[in-house]
Every structure is written in C-alpha cells, then in structure tokens.
Design a protein around this ligand. Sequence first.
Ligand SMILES: [Zn+2]
Length: 114
Amino acid sequence: MLILHCPYCGVDAEETELHAGGQAHLTRETVGSDDEAFEDYLFMRENPKGVHFERWRHASGCGKWFHAARCTTTLEVFGTYSAQTTAPPREICDAISGKRPGWSWKTFSARMFS
Ligand SMILES: [Zn+2]
C-alpha cells in the first residue's frame, strides 16, 4: 500500500486516506495562449515508467493538497512537499539523483514542459 507523509499535518497517511490529483507542476495556460498550448494543458499528461511528480490531497485528514515525488515502478517515495512550489525542493532532487544516476529535475522538466 502506498503511504505518503502529509507535509502539513505530519501524518503518514495510507492511500485510502488520500485523493490523487494527477500530475504536479503543470503550467496553467490562460488568456493569450495558443490553442495547441491550451489543448496540451488540458489533455496531455506524463505517464512515466519511473520518477513522477504527483498532486495528492489529504482527504481524510487536514484536507490540504501537497506534492509527492515517487517511482511508478517500485512505488518508492522520494518525498512530499508543499503544493505551493513550482519545482521540487533540492533535497528531494538530490535523493532521486542519488538513487537514479543521471536523473535531474532539469532534464525531467524540459521533457515535461516541451
Ligand atoms: Zn494532512
């Protein structure tokens, strides 16, 4: 079972206490965006085999949204952090890079946002 640490209330919550919110760190398209960029924002999502950044809500707890970095193949959780960020904290990127040589946020985000 997936267990995520809520960065707000400090509880280690089981998956049944959480609500998945999809991919984290999406850039919202708005007035002035072209149709292709808006379509990508609405419909296109990463589905990696490996490191992924996701939004989760502590639905049966404090109710707040947060981000989690985890591996989709091993379910290893690299960390959770505030949803009020545009990029994962340095310590989480370092934890991922330490276990996945060659991985970097810069490479991941360039692929994700291109
Ligand atoms: Zn919480």
